[in-house]
Design a protein. Structure first.
Length: 114
């Protein structure tokens, strides 16, 4: 799966088509991602004793990865993702990197860089 937690994505199909958001959770086992504030569904919950109040809550539901497109950190365009092995780090060891198909530059991993 080419999309990771912290990536900025564009939704290309569905009710939120054309909207952008940040991936809050990636589910690689089922090829789905949860995007913050998008694909919201209303869920009816029952009260759980003294701890949780019942009612209708809004919850972000998973989207299939084929329905979202990664935005490049360099050219800021929605893009397909390629993979290359490039020398990185202090030891200049070859490591796999995600590549933007538009500009050819490495897509920055938001979770690792911060």
């Amino acid at each position: 799966m080419n999309i990771k937690k912290g990536d900025t994505v564009l939704i290309i199909t569905g009710k939120d088509k054309g909207k952008e958001g940040t991936v809050s959770r990636a589910l690689p086992q089922v090829n789905k991602v949860i995007v913050e504030g998008l694909n919201i569904a209303k869920k009816h919950v029952r009260p759980q004793g003294q701890t949780r109040q019942g009612g209708i809550i809004e919850k972000a539901m998973p989207l299939h990865v084929s329905n979202v497109m990664l935005k490049c950190t360099e050219c800021n365009e929605p893009t397909r993702v390629g993979h290359e092995r490039r020398p990185m780090g202090a030891d200049q060891k070859l490591r796999p990197v995600r590549i933007c198909k538009h500009c050819g530059k490495a897509i920055e991993d938001r979770m690792r860089s911060s």
